[in-house]
Design a protein around this ligand. Structure first.
Ligand code: PLP
Length: 454
């Protein structure tokens, strides 16, 4: 058994962390999370935290589900691995693909598996370009995305995403990807512009990009139904139908990235259903297994699948772990749990509305809070210096980090991104868990305010 100090020393000596300032990490030492149950995570010192982020937006059924461990164990004993190359299949990815076709929007019903959301988006990019090439239109290869979007960390994911710092670090993105404005009314709506009007204007930025390139050059538009890592940016309800109308008008494929929003987070199986939008491709990962195994699923519709079948020729792309039998067995059991416990319905009719009301009534009035917003169990708290003018604190997101640190000290794990605090808890949160989280968040805001206005 290692002490915390020993683990921190070994961590510092040998372990590089994702999205981490290593200088700061080494100075502070890592918090070592050792176990978790239900909605709680525990560190090596026994400190209990409500997990307001469901890990990284993924542990939708909560922690400690023995059924998932058993599903993995049984599958490992039977067949730990085989691939779906060589015209082979194994049973669990086949059954999982069938299940996904049942719960997904009817426009997408064929599945390509990977291990991560980044891989799924990489596959989607290639598959869409491959599709247009098979259709005899290889020059229709441009992809339109949004500024501040997050579509993963591989080269393709980073290029599809709209995070400037990531582009800079990449030093040369995949070509022919352009980024338009995001649908974020709080910062980008004009004075007097309604949410509805703003949503239409943000959608028309997609049309302008199509017209600028020429529709015969544009393969697809990609977007997260709700931008997640970019700060839980919830578009007005007018946005997605208008984007879809524009895509159809110019025969541009509509790609949804549901890596965060999939599997119940918004109170439907998928946010496509929440926003009433019909995708041509849909990438999912994370809560597909509730994070118990790495697995992603790219879903595509008959249009793309039929072209692959009719035209033939190899789609020269795939992963060793595409359709991993153990990950797929865990996913099947995870979806069974979500269904059996009615978690999607619970978010839609009970905890989602209660969460929105709790944020509005207990958090939004705080002196540091510009607005709260949420859909289902995905929410954000905007940190501002001045509520009336929406002026931010100096230091580029420093204020939200101060709030986050107090939130963690007060027993709720939250994420800070820019000036936004994010919540995306397990779907097993009850009204009581939401009450407890709000209590802790308000305490953290009070302490942060004392620090920030000192
Ligand atoms: N797409 C979205 C919307 C995401 O939020 C993420 C990860 O947070 C990804 C893609 C990448 O997924 P992964 O980290 O599993 O590669």
């Amino acid at each position: 058994n290692y002490s915390l100090k020993q683990l921190q020393q070994i961590d510092a000596a040998h372990h590089l962390h994702p999205f981490t300032d290593h200088k700061e990490l080494r100075a502070a030492g890592s918090r070592v999370i050792t176990h978790a149950r239900g909605p709680y995570i525990y560190d090596s010192e026994g400190f209990e935290l409500l997990d307001g982020m469901a890990g990284l937006w993924c542990v939708n059924v909560g922690y400690g589900r023995e059924e998932l461990a058993e599903a993995a164990y049984e599958q490992m004993k039977e067949l730990p691995y085989y691939n779906s190359f060589f015209k082979c299949s194994t049973p669990t990815p086949v059954l999982l693909a069938k299940k996904l076709a049942e719960i997904a929007p009817p426009s997408v019903n064929q599945v390509f598996f990977g291990s991560s959301g980044s891989e799924a988006n990489d596959t989607a990019l290639r598959l869409v370009r491959h599709y247009w090439a098979l259709e005899g239109k290889p020059e229709k290869n441009r992809i339109i995305s949004r500024r501040n979007a997050y579509h993963g960390s591989t080269v393709a994911g980073t290029s599809l995403g709209g995070m400037e710092a990531m582009h800079k670090q990449l030093g040369g993105a995949v070509p022919n990807i352009v980024h338009v404005m995001m649908p974020y009314a709080y910062e980008l709506a004009l004075p007097g512009e309604s949410d509805h009007e703003f949503g239409l204007r943000a959608a028309r930025a997609v049309e302008e990009a199509i017209l600028e390139a020429g529709a015969d050059k544009v393969a697809a538009f990609i977007g997260e139904p709700i931008m997640g890592a970019g700060g839980v940016k919830i578009p007005p309800m007018s946005y997605w139908p208008e984007v879809e109308r524009i895509c159809r008008k110019y025969d541009v494929l509509l790609m949804l990235d549901e890596v965060i929003t999939g599997y119940g987070r918004t109170g439907e199986w998928f946010a496509a259903q929440t926003f009433e939008v019909t995708p041509d491709t849909m990438t999912t990962a994370k809560a597909l297994t509730s994070g118990y195994q790495p697995l992603s699923a790219l879903l595509v519709g008959d249009r793309i699948a039929a072209t692959l079948t009719e035209k033939g020729g190899e789609f020269a792309h795939g992963y060793t772990y595409s359709g991993h039998p153990v990950a797929c067995a865990v996913a099947l059991k995870n979806l069974e749990i979500i269904e059996r416990e009615g978690l999607v319905e619970r978010v839609k009719t009970d905890t989602g509305p209660y969460f929105a009301q709790a944020l509005r009534e207990r958090v939004a009035g705080h002196g540091l809070v510009g607005e709260t917003r949420s859909v289902g169990l995905m929410g954000a708290i905007e940190i501002v210096k001045d509520k009336a003018t929406r002026e931010r604190f100096e230091g580029d997101g420093r204020a939200a980090v101060v709030v986050r640190d107090h939130a963690i000290e007060n027993g709720v794990m939250m994420r800070a991104t820019g000036d936004t605090m994010i919540l995306s808890p397990p779907l097993i949160w009850t009204r009581e868990t939401i009450d407890l989280a709000c209590e802790r968040i308000v305490r953290a805001l009070d302490l942060a305010e004392a620090d920030l206005r000192r």
